[in-house]
Design a protein around this ligand. Structure first.
Ligand code: SF4
Length: 109
């Protein structure tokens, strides 16, 4: 199955970003705290690996930009292909986990 065949994560009722103001996932500029807050939501989302798989090709092509998805901050449209490829590689690493690691969850030990 390719990423383009995967269902859009917005259909999942149990996704953490459902019911949370979407602006949280679109932090302006490089505000580190805002970005980390959005990533923290994603890290406990039961759809994290699916979302990361779905987002990979879209991040690489620039179809998704200026947002946090699957715990990855995607570069803005002003950034180059190298930055988009790096974000896609980060998504691939997360998608490859397949499970949520304790180390992924802030505060868990
Ligand atoms: S991983 Fe993040 S962006 Fe993806 S569905 Fe879950 S909360 Fe939403």
């Amino acid at each position: 199955m390719t990423a383009t065949e995967l269902v859009d994560p917005v259909v999942f009722a149990d996704r953490i970003c459902r019911g949370i103001p979407q602006a949280i996932f679109f932090p302006r500029g490089r505000q580190r705290r805002a970005i980390e807050k959005a990533k923290a939501y994603c890290r406990v989302c039961p759809r994290l690996t699916h979302c990361a798989e779905w987002a990979q090709s879209r991040a690489r092509s620039g179809a998704l930009a200026n947002c946090v998805i699957a715990a990855v901050h995607l570069p803005g449209t002003h950034k180059g292909q190298a930055d988009r490829d790096a974000a896609a590689a980060e998504l691939a690493e997360i998608a490859g986990r397949g499970v949520l690691l304790v180390s992924d969850v802030e505060g868990a030990a």
